[in-house]
Ligand binder design. Sequence first.
Ligand code: ADE
Ligand code: ZN
Length: 324
Amino acid sequence: MPLKAELHCHIEGAAAPELVIRQAQKYGKDTSPYIQDGSFVWHDFTSFLAAYDFSSDLFRTEEDYARLADHYLTSLARDGAIYSEIFTSPDHAGKAGLSPKAYTDALGEGMTRAKAKTGIEGRMIVTGVRNAGVESIEQAARFAARCGHPLVTGFGVAGDERMGDLEDYVRAFEIAREAGLGITVHAGELMGWESVEAALDHIRPSRIGHGVRAIENPDLIRRVADEGVVLECCPSSNIALKVFDSFADHPFPALLAAGCKVTLNSDDPPYFRTSLKREYDIAAEHFSMNDKALAAVTRTAINAAFVDKKTKAMLLGRLDGKSR
Ligand code: ADE
Ligand code: ZN
């Protein structure tokens, strides 16, 4: 089994339906509009976000979040992952009544528990949510910049790409950059290649969440490759959300062949009936990647990780089989 690393997973979106049902029972909520026959139900990006927001609202206490992070990272480690970055969303936690600090500390506690059991290293990327507006995104950036949590190492923007302009978020990203945080932004998922170009022009991230619609413009593919920007690709998410029709149509192999740095990620695994392990299996089956090629993808992810040099060297050592 190839060793794996994940850079792009929304922690609220990683909650399995069974866990969400348990949380709903705890808080006396009816899950039937959003979970049927043990699976999340949604039919487009808007209804996906509605199911996602419903489930997120069922994580309310510090222990709820600690358990969620522990549960997810432990399952990742069992599937061969040595490193995980999770997107956090203080905005969602705020709606559920928890302060950004309490929420972040709780997720950090869960990650620490998972590491103690499995050795998996984890870091957090605080995200602002586009559909929550510019002020909320800047507030998330200010929190990320000043929280001082040792596992918070990045800042990003997620949510509905169809809302707002990337230029609106420049100030938020500058706050995060000045604080020394790594920068990633969702683009080129729901919106076309122009959104990837706008991200490069205005945000200057080292990584792009998805970015796969760069494939629509050959000049832009070259720019992504030349600038060494890392694409956090999430094939199953793209197929489920109908960004591409099938794995055969997915641009992962073409982007890799064009010299772009690509990684494999699960995004919101149970919503897209996937896992990080399944993304690697899909790459093997549909993108003809052997274990050596998959190990190279893991190496790309670790090299692009928002993690200190010493930890990065340790992770690369594990990948090379030098230590456990
Ligand atoms: N938030 C959670 N999942 C997302 C996705 N796939 N795209 C944008 N925002 C998200
Ligand atoms: Zn995402």
